[in-house]
Design a protein around this ligand. Sequence first.
Ligand SMILES: Nc1ncnc2c1ncn2[C@@H]1O[C@H](COP(=O)(O)OP(=O)(O)OP(=O)(O)O)[C@@H](O)[C@H]1O
Length: 581
Amino acid sequence: MTESPKRHGAALIWRIVTTVSAGRNLLVAFAITFAGAAEGIGIATILPLVAVLGDNASKANALSRTILGVLDKLGMPHDPVLLLFIIGGGLLTKAAVTLLALRLVGRTVAEVVARLRLDMIDAVMHARWGFYVRQPVGRFSSALSGEAQKAGEAYNSMTQMFSQSMQALIYLVIAAIASWQLAVLAILVSAVMIVSLNRLILASKNSARIQTNRMRSLVSRLTDVLVGIKPMKAMARQARFNALFTEDLKAIKKAIRRQVFAKNTNKALQEPILALCLLIGIYFALKVFAMPVGEVIVMGLLLTKTVNVVGKAQQELQTIYANESGFTAVYEVTDEARAERETASGRGAPTFDRGFAFSDVSFSFGAHDILKHASFSVNSGEIVALTGASGAGKTTLVDLLLGLQVPAHGDIRVDGTALRDIDLLQWRGRTGYVPQELMLFHDSIFANITLGQPEFSRDDAARALRQAGAWDFIARLPDGIDTIAGERGALLSGGQRQRIAVARALVHQPKLLILDEATSALDPQTEQLIVGNVCRLARETGLTVLAISHHPAWIDAADRVLRLEGGYVQERQQETRREAV
Ligand SMILES: Nc1ncnc2c1ncn2[C@@H]1O[C@H](COP(=O)(O)OP(=O)(O)OP(=O)(O)O)[C@@H](O)[C@H]1O
């Protein structure tokens, strides 16, 4: 598996921030800073108000003098009512701008989550075939549902943290103007709080990581189990999975308990730490520095405000950490899928008028050779049966033909052009493919055939169903083509599912039809009917058929029989066909 570059902390946070445009981020930052400044001015004006109301000591304070000086410059009177208006105006402006900022943040959070999900889906959909084979499918589901959401929550917390930090800075500046001792005290108290509660933040991060990993394992396992539930139920073999689920759930429960405890404790301890420091500060201000009561109250308010916002910023940091493992997981899936993106194919647009040819092709999975310098060709319009022992590599050969796997050596040519020079999407678009393990979606038969592509009409679907020998049974269903197939097609019989899968492969009128044991679940009569239909279609339209099958119906109907054995593809003559079966 390609390891994704693991990025943590600041790099990931930066990645989330840059998911949306710089303009949007700046607007959010500006609104938040403006709201903080408005509140700061409001709070700072309390001291000159106390001064104007007759407290001479407060009048001497640098903060009072600065604000009253500004009023003088603007030609405004030192009027308590005016100062009250400034205080109220500052606080109201903060509330109004904060509301606006929150709307903006809400929109941005939604955009971050949507973008992340889109990026992930795009990356996963365009990965190479080998990528999917190695992944538990539940990994994608859990990343897409819960984990992407966490990135949005982290963005929200980031804006809150930025807001608290800006406010803390503004209060510190005001505190420094009022008294440098106050500013130093505010910094010291904040530092004590940050350091003493840091362990709780790390505990949150750890618990969240455990939850993310366990949830992913749970979802992956559950998806796998539900996909293959029938044999497990039939043999009563689900006990081991139950035990694994219980184990995951227990670990998640423990991690949630720890996380909630860490979060609440962080919140709960901030107040007593602040209160203790405040009491000590007030004692020194009154007893040691003999500061007037009015000034001490305003200073106390400033200190409380500063330390409070630092505390809130720390709580937001805790939330970011708690979400980090979640959004890391989404980025890991996206990065791994991107690293395995199908490389740009060539530009050639095959018409498939001539056919395809393997020349000197070798391919192996590790030390296991599948093809050893194999050479063979199939002409356009031919009906070819491909046989070979189980595990010989027939499905892999088809994967190579469709560019889902790339040969280590040799050339695969379509109409004489090497596959690497051909537009793979166009080539695959000319192919109808029915895999061995077919899969119907929990949707109508019509949707299962058209795969939701609007260019196909009901007539197209009906034509494909007729060609696949499925029309008779579909016409007898109460809802006909609109019948719901059930989860993975479970409401239909195995043979009915196979015929619908054949119709899906014919609806777009392909030039090459590949059937990988596609009629193996059918009774001989129905199989014969489909083989007959497909062969008639091939004769009438020039459709080329490559059918992987050991069944006589195909062996007898095929123009040629190829056998894959020991990494080589050999042609069987008419008279030896039966031996090839
Ligand atoms: N992605 C993969 N990674 C590693 N080995 C693989 C992979 N896919 C298939 N194989 C192995 O390659 C061999 C050929 O598999 P393939 O499915 O092509 O055989 P087949 O001839 O179609 O078999 P069957 O008739 O049983 O369907 C098998 O031994 C299989 O285990």
